[in-house]
Design a protein. Structure first.
Length: 142
């Protein structure tokens, strides 16, 4: 009986491995709790009334939050480039529906999907946040 338990335990240990679905290079940013409300009636968020517009929301997440009106709803991503350590230059600048890193690597991301737009050097997608709309208020959280 002990031999059977030992063999079963050994098989379980050999077959269990860590989750390799997370890219090892995508662990530069912190998992910071986010729970903010955005009033779409305020002037600084007026661009979000129209599809394909994005705005920067400061003081949340790693480098702020970028909120985009996709035309069918809203998406929100952390404004820090996840492909390298956080620096002042790694806060994305909004260029239409593209977020671009100000560091030397100039990584670019879709503000609709959060996916990298560079050829091969960028492997990490933007960190997404959940978005709930209640009338004229967006709740952004993780």
């Amino acid at each position: 009986m002990r031999l059977l338990i030992m063999i079963t335990s050994l098989l379980l240990l050999v077959n269990c491995s860590r989750d390799n679905s997370t890219n090892e290079n995508c662990q530069f940013l912190l998992n910071i709790p986010v729970n903010v409300s955005v009033n779409l009636g305020l002037p600084q968020f007026s661009n979000l009334q129209f599809p394909s517009n994005a705005v920067f929301f400061r003081d949340a997440g790693n480098g702020g939050i970028i909120i985009t009106n996709t035309g069918s709803g809203f998406v929100a991503f952390d404004a820090a480039d996840p492909d390298h350590r956080f620096e002042t230059c790694s806060i994305l600048q909004i260029d239409g529906v593209i977020g671009e890193c100000g560091c030397e690597d100039k990584n670019r991301y879709s503000l609709f999907t959060g996916q990298p737009l560079n050829d091969t050097q960028t492997t990490c997608p933007l960190i997404p946040y959940r978005v709930e709309r209640n009338n004229n208020t967006l709740r952004i959280f993780n």
